[in-house]
Design a protein around this ligand. Structure first.
Ligand code: SAM
Length: 211
């Protein structure tokens, strides 16, 4: 019997299963926004070749100190050649990226037949964040920024400038349009942790259009 993940731990586990479930030993994987590289390590254990990309110098240094192949760079200009990978993994990093440029980069990096698995924040995430951290004023600032940026992006198709604009939530419909514009298509979607009818997390499988 399958269960619907709802608690933070269940969602975390479902997210790991989603991101790692499709990787094959012969895959060349790029994990974009890989943070400390824990998923790079996990995927490499399947036999796949895995490169991480991360803009934080300190996180890159920490990952490299653990023997992982993690490159300093951003999702909007990934420092890897076109057609270098069969799979892209992106675990809750899309909210902090320019999603238009990031999805174009996915299209550039993937070989024919390539695919993407990602998790990201849904519209319920700001409420979930406040439910967990609402006693902290910074949580209110973070949630307010997220709601504002998401509204601005929905209307104008771009984020607010600088670090003010670096937190977005997504809907499957919004992302499907971006995938299409980048030459990609949604294969399947799941939603987790709904609050007031809005999912906190989205999980997508994506592929190159026409493959
Ligand atoms: C919530 S963490 C997720 C880290 C990791 N993927 C995980 O699942 O634990 C978001 C990550 O995205 C990275 N990030 C932020 N902006 C980025 C960008 N423009 N391009 C690539 N990564 C970015 C952050 O530095 C951070 O490591």
């Amino acid at each position: 019997m399958s269960t619907v993940p709802h608690s933070d731990d269940e969602i975390h586990q479902a997210s790991i299963d989603w991101l790692s479930g499709e990787v094959r030993p012969d895959d060349d994987v790029v994990d974009i926004g890989c943070g400390t590289g824990w998923m790079v390590r996990r995927l490499a254990a399947t036999g796949a070749t895995v490169i991480g990309v991360e803009p934080s110098e300190s996180l890159v240094a920490a990952a490299r100190a653990n023997g992982l192949d993690v490159r300093l760079g951003s999702a909007e200009a990934v420092p890897l050649p076109a057609g270098c990978c069969s799979m892209i993994v992106c675990g809750v990093a899309l909210p902090y990226m320019d999603p238009i440029r990031a999805t174009r980069e996915w299209s550039r990096l993937l070989r024919p037949g390539g695919r993407v698995v990602l998790t990201t924040h849904g519209l319920g995430y700001p409420m979930r964040h406040l439910r967990s951290h609402g006693r902290d004023l910074r949580a209110w600032v973070y949630a307010a920024r997220m709601v504002l940026n998401t509204a601005v992006f929905a209307v104008l198709g771009r984020r607010l400038p600088g670090s003010v604009g670096d937190t977005l939530c997504h809907t499957t419909r919004m992302l499907s349009r971006l995938y299409q514009a980048a030459g990609l298509e949604l294969v399947s979607a799941r939603e987790w942790g709904a609050i007031l009818g809005q999912p906190s997390f989205l999980a997508h499988r994506v592929r190159r259009s026409g493959d």
